[in-house]
Structure formats: structure tokens, C-alpha cells
Design a protein around this ligand. Structure first.
Ligand SMILES: [Zn+2]
Length: 541
């Protein structure tokens, strides 16, 4: 009767008076990014999770979170999670862009490098947060109270850099062999050596074939791959001794990252200081599994169930510490399956990209036709930002741009081409991210100084990997399979709420800020505080 009475009272009161009382600020915020964890995978596997992901599902769970921008890559995606801003404001428009004014021969710039350091290149780079144009939540927490610690651990340097920001107490990431840092001032954690030794031993040992759980066995089926790659789908993760790539694209990798995060939590006594601490964790294995095997085979199934179990263990460790903590989990972007398996499942338009769309190939063809010397076009791939060669004279540039736009626009695999001028004139989107037009998605990834002279967006379900010897599947498109990600908030005792409205990953930072009573300067970010997260008192707008 009492419960009924309370519910009736709630219905009778006007909504404004129903705002929840704010809980005391947590002593520790744990912000987790699962690289390439699409909302499609979340929707598919959510009923099967029993560990950490099942627990987070019982908090405030948004199944329609959006990395709303067009360039759905790791670096831009991670730059939105703890800054409250879209890539157009963070400046992180892609994993790599081109700076044709650079004096070094390599004009490609990696998002978290300092290209001013002699010897740095986009492939052998000097790690730095200098390209991130805005502060992160952890930095703002430290500005408010220097006792707050800002700690980042990830499988990729760009994830740790973009979630940690410019000022961190510790930041560690995998360099392909071991966990490293670019910090020269932070003391090396005592537990680091033990973690690195354990990981080295795991890599040195041959990995016997896993026996997938029954749910994943049902997905175990060998699928041949076009473009020279090996068939995928067995889901056994067997690899030879010393196979670092095999280790990285397996559940063991996330286990190692979580082990390092747990050891830093314990050694630094996070959540037990005078102010709220922030621990950000970039779990990268899901992305490597997706790239290596696709998203709908037994491999991804084993990966996600392992992640669920490992996250459960990690949260249990936090529980036993007695620290009052809050968790948010999201992804830097989504992903889609290999076209070969998608077609079997009835997605008739799934295909690999035509290699003739590569910027180098189109540039060469245009140059021959218009009598222009040099590469004419400079770009990483067949889509995204493409630049005109700076050696072209103004009249030649205009002809080359018009020709390039015409060639790309006429190709059956191309959805849209936007010039820099078109994007500059487009206002930043204000609607809910599920309603953004294509040019608005592109605008959210646009930076006047870093973006290409034009951008190419491929049609839905075109996989921009023609040569599959290294990777077979990817992300990076403006389509919802790459944009839509889960956003899960959890605190002990939080009443569950499964929410369907579309929200942005840029909304995470102001929501966490409200949770800890940190004021955000109006107009300084793109996101908005999510009043639907229980126990969060959003500031009046
Ligand atoms: Zn990726």
C-alpha cells in the first residue's frame, strides 16, 4: 500500500518538483571506454551478460548513445568522452590528418603526437596531448582541487591521452610490447614491473585453442574472406608463442589492461584521498577482435563474454575496497561485420570498397586528364578528409577540386562529397544526434585548420578495406552502426533505468561534473547534463 501511495503522489506532483536529491559526490569516478563496442553488440548480447556488464545494465543504461560525428575513429571518439565536446571543438578530427605545411617529409600527423619533436613521424611518433584543444574532466577536477588524481590506463596511447588530457598523475598504455608512459615526471608505480612481467609471460607462452562457451559455439562457422585475408569465424584464439598481434586481438589483452588499472587503483589508494579521483580505462581488445575477425562471429562472442567476466572481477575488487565509486562505460565508436558474412545474412549491399577510390588513384587519374604534375590529391584512404596538393597553382587547384568532386560523386559507392567551404557554412547541429543530417555529422568532425579540402562519405555497408591481409573489418563511417554506442552509468544502490532517448557521448562529462558538483562554464562544451541519471542534480539551464 505504501509503495502504491508513493507512486500515486509522484503522478500528482508537477514534474519540476520531482528532481532527485543529489547524492554525495563519489570518491572515485571510473570511466571505461570499450573500443568498438557498438550499440548493436550491446543490444544483441545484453541478455547474455552475467558479470560486470550485467551489473552496469542495471544502472541508468542508455542504449542510444551517439558518437554523433562522421569520422567515427578511435581518437575523435575518445576525445568526446571526458571533454563534453565534439571533435569540431576538441580538434581531434581523425586518428591521422595531413598538415601539408610541415617541413618533414611525412605530412601525416598522428592525433596524439608532437610533430615538432625532431625524429617524430606519424608512425614512429612522440606521444603528446598537444592537439587536444580543450581540457578533460580530470584536468578540471585538478584545477578545482589539486588533491584530485587523474589517472589513465589504456591499450592504445590515443585512448589514454584523449581521456586523460594534458595534466595527468599517471598515464600508461601498450606500445606493442609492454605498458609504457610518456610522462617524465610521474613516479613509476611499483606494481608496474609485475604487470609487465606477467603480460610478457602470457605472450611468450603459446595460446592453446579456447573452447568457446555454448552460446559462442553456435556462432562458430568458417567464413572465407575476399581480398587475400585468411578465413575467420572459428573463435578459438589459438596463437603461437610470442605472437603479440594474436595476444592483442584476444580477451587476454583487456585482462592485462584491467590488471594494470587495478594495480594503480590499489597502489595509489584512489578514492581515499581528500578529493574525488578519476580513473579512465581504455579497453582496446574488442576493437582488435572486430578488425581481425569481424563482429558477428564466435571471436567477438568470446571476447564480449570474457570482458563481461573480467569487468565483473574488476568491479568486485572496487566493492571490496569500500570506496564510494561511480562508473560510466561507453565506446569511442561502433563497428560493423565483414561484408562476406553480412551478405549471407541478407544485407545485399554489403561490399568492399573499390580500390580505384583511393585518394592516390583518383589524384593520379585527374592529374593525367588535366595535365597536372604531382599527386594532385593527398589522403589516407578512399574516404574521409582529402587534401589538394599545395604545389598546385590557384587555378589548377580549382580545376582539380571540381574534377575530384565530380569523380567521387559519380561513383556508385559514394554517398556524399562535401567541400571545406560547404562544411564551414554549415552550423553545428543542435537537434538530437539521431536526427542529424549527413552534412551535420561531417560538420561535427570539421576543423578549419586540420580538415581536408573536401571529404568523401561512402555509402552505408561499404567496408573501406579492399586488401584484407592485415584487417578484415572496420569502422569510420557516418552510419549508425559506427555512431551508436551504449552509455551506462552505475553507482551502488542506483535504481535501474533503461533509457531509449538519443544522447551524446559529449553528455557524459557534464553529467559526471554535476555528480561531483563541479561547475562547467556555460558555452564551453557541446554536451548537456543528463537529468535521467539517477542521483544527478543537473544545474539549471
Ligand atoms: Zn578500430
Amino acid at each position: 500500500m505504501r509503495l502504491f501511495g508513493l507512486a500515486l503522489l509522484a503522478l500528482l506532483l508537477p514534474a519540476a518538483t520531482l528532481s532527485q536529491p543529489a547524492r554525495p559526490a563519489p570518491k572515485l569516478i571510473v570511466a571505461i571506454s570499450v573500443d568498438q563496442f557498438s550499440a548493436d553488440l550491446w543490444d544483441e548480447y545484453r541478455p547474455t551478460f552475467a558479470g560486470g556488464l550485467a551489473r552496469l545494465a542495471r544502472g541508468t543504461a542508455y542504449r542510444n548513445g551517439y558518437q554523433g560525428h562522421a569520422a567515427t575513429e578511435t581518437c575523435p571518439g575518445h576525445s568526446t568522452i571526458l571533454t563534453g565536446s565534439r571533435p569540431s571543438r576538441t580538434g581531434i578530427i581523425a586518428n591521422n590528418w595531413f598538415d601539408l605545411a610541415l617541413t618533414r617529409s611525412d605530412k601525416s600527423v598522428y592525433c596524439s603526437e608532437d610533430e615538432r619533436v625532431p625524429g617524430s613521424s606519424s608512425t614512429h611518433y612522440t606521444v603528446s596531448p598537444m592537439h587536444l584543444k580543450v581540457p578533460t574532466l580530470g584536468e578540471l577536477m585538478k584545477r578545482r582541487d589539486p588533491a584530485s588524481r587523474n589517472v589513465a590506463v589504456a591499450g592504445k596511447d590515443r585512448a589514454a591521452i584523449m581521456m586523460g588530457g594534458h595534466v595527468t598523475d599517471q598515464r600508461w598504455y601498450w606500445d606493442g610490447k609492454t605498458f609504457v608512459t610518456d610522462s617524465t615526471t610521474a613516479p613509476v608505480p611499483k606494481t608496474l614491473a609485475a604487470v609487465n612481467t606477467a603480460v610478457a609471460a602470457a605472450i611468450a607462452a603459446p595460446q592453446a585453442a579456447l573452447v568457446p562457451p555454448p552460446l559462442c559455439t553456435a556462432k562458430s562457422r568458417i567464413v572465407p574472406i575476399e581480398g587475400g585475408g585468411k578465413p575467420v569465424g572459428a573463435g578459438t584464439f589459438a596463437h603461437a608463442a610470442g605472437d603479440v598481434r594474436g595476444f592483442r586481438a584476444s580477451p587476454q589483452f583487456d585482462g592485462a589492461i584491467l590488471a594494470l588499472a587495478a594495480s594503480l587503483f590499489q597502489e595509489m589508494q584512489l578514492g581515499r584521498g581528500g578529493a574525488t579521483d578519476l580513473l579512465s580505462i581504455g579497453l582496446s581488445a574488442t576493437d582488435y577482435v572486430g578488425h581481425s575477425y569481424g563482429t558477428e562471429g564466435a571471436e567477438m562472442c568470446v571476447q564480449l563474454l570474457s570482458l563481461d567476466r573480467d569487468l565483473g572481477d574488476f568491479l568486485s575488487l572496487l566493492d571490496h575496497s569500500g570506496v564510494d565509486y561511480a562508473v560510466v562505460l561507453t565506446a569511442d565508436h561502433g563497428g560493423q561485420d565483414i561484408p562476406e558474412r553480412l551478405r549471407e545474412q541478407g544485407v545485399a549491399n554489403a561490399a568492399r570498397v573499390d580500390p580505384a577510390l583511393a585518394a592516390s588513384a583518383v589524384g593520379k587519374a585527374i592529374g593525367a586528364r588535366l595535365g597536372l604534375a604531382g599527386p594532385v590529391l593527398i589522403g589516407e584512404s578512399s574516404f574521409g578528409d582529402i587534401y589538394l596538393d599545395r604545389a598546385l597553382k590557384p587555378a589548377e587547384r580549382a580545376r582539380a577540386l571540381a574534377a575530384a568532386v565530380a569523380v567521387y560523386s559519380a561513383h556508385p559507392q559514394v554517398e556524399a562529397v562535401y567541400t571545406k567551404e560547404q562544411l564551414r557554412r554549415t552550423p553545428s547541429p543542435t537537434a538530437s544526434p539521431d536526427k542529424w543530417s549527413l552534412i551535420e555529422r561531417a560538420r561535427a568532425s570539421f576543423d578549419q585548420d586540420r580538415s581536408g579540402d573536401f571529404i568523401v562519405l561512402l555509402k552505408s555497408r561499404i567496408t573501406p578495406i579492399p586488401d584484407t591481409r592485415f584487417y578484415v573489418a572496420t569502422h569510420g563511417s557516418p552510419w549508425d552502426y559506427d555512431r551508436r554506442v551504449p552509455i551506462l552509468f552505475w553507482r551502488p544502490g542506483m535504481a535501474g533505468a533503461a533509457r531509449d532517448e538519443a544522447v551524446e557521448t559529449a553528455d557524459i562529462m557534464p553529467t559526471l561534473a554535476a555528480m561531483i558538483g563541479l561547475a562547467i562554464q556555460p558555452g564551453s562544451i557541446d554536451g548537456k547534463c543528463l537529468a535521467g541519471v539517477e542521483g544527478t542534480a543537473c544545474p539549471a539551464r
